[in-house]
Design a protein around this ligand. Sequence first.
Ligand SMILES: NC(=O)c1ccc[n+]([C@@H]2O[C@H](COP(=O)([O-])OP(=O)(O)OC[C@H]3O[C@@H](n4cnc5c(N)ncnc54)[C@H](OP(=O)(O)O)[C@@H]3O)[C@@H](O)[C@H]2O)c1
Length: 197
Amino acid sequence: VGIGVVVGSRDPERAAATCDKIHRRWPDLELLLEGGDNHAAAAAELAVVATPWDAAPTTAAALADSLSGKVVISMGNALTKVGDEFVAVEPPDGSVAAGVQKAVPAALVAAAFHHLPARSLGDLTGPVVGDVLICSHHDEAVKVTSELVASMADLRALHAGSLAGAAPVEAFTAVLLGINHRYQARAAIRLTGIAEH
Ligand SMILES: NC(=O)c1ccc[n+]([C@@H]2O[C@H](COP(=O)([O-])OP(=O)(O)OC[C@H]3O[C@@H](n4cnc5c(N)ncnc54)[C@H](OP(=O)(O)O)[C@@H]3O)[C@@H](O)[C@H]2O)c1
């Protein structure tokens, strides 16, 4: 709330339908939402790549002109289902975020938001509580992503190191999804022992 969002899609009508659905579901919220194609979304000040993990690098590469020089948040988790369990798989570049960075070398890629549960993210009136681990090679990307996280009431941003950390951060999501399934929960992560900052 308070931040303008362009919802991108391969089909702008689908993006517009998604925005309409959100407006209808939460008519009392003043949401600055508009739908467009992925180029429209990539033209924003800050971009979030939130496709299935194996499509993230190619999606970013196709938008390289718009994304160059910008902070680009990668939230994809490379997971597959084995039986009824989610298991982490190793993407070609070690992590989804590293793949996005390689696809758009001139972008300032930050890996973030992997551990937030879908049920909380999908409920605009409820809190999303937890720590958001941010991995990036770029200080500017960590700063901008941290400011975005800080704009959400119950989230705390933690700088979790360079993009090398994205691989274990992404992979841990498989464990978290298993816990949420087992306990019918909306667990995220909260690290202890860190003084408030
Ligand atoms: N769901 C969550 O709460 C959550 C939390 C943390 C991280 N994540 C990560 O965020 C990513 C998105 O999650 P999600 O649950 O939103 O996934 P999703 O619904 O499966 O995909 C999101 C969108 O990606 C687009 N898409 C699908 N296949 C594509 C392709 N081959 N190429 C380009 N675009 C494609 C689709 O939009 P169009 O068809 O309209 O283009 C789709 O609506 C995942 O990598 C997931 O691991 C999700």
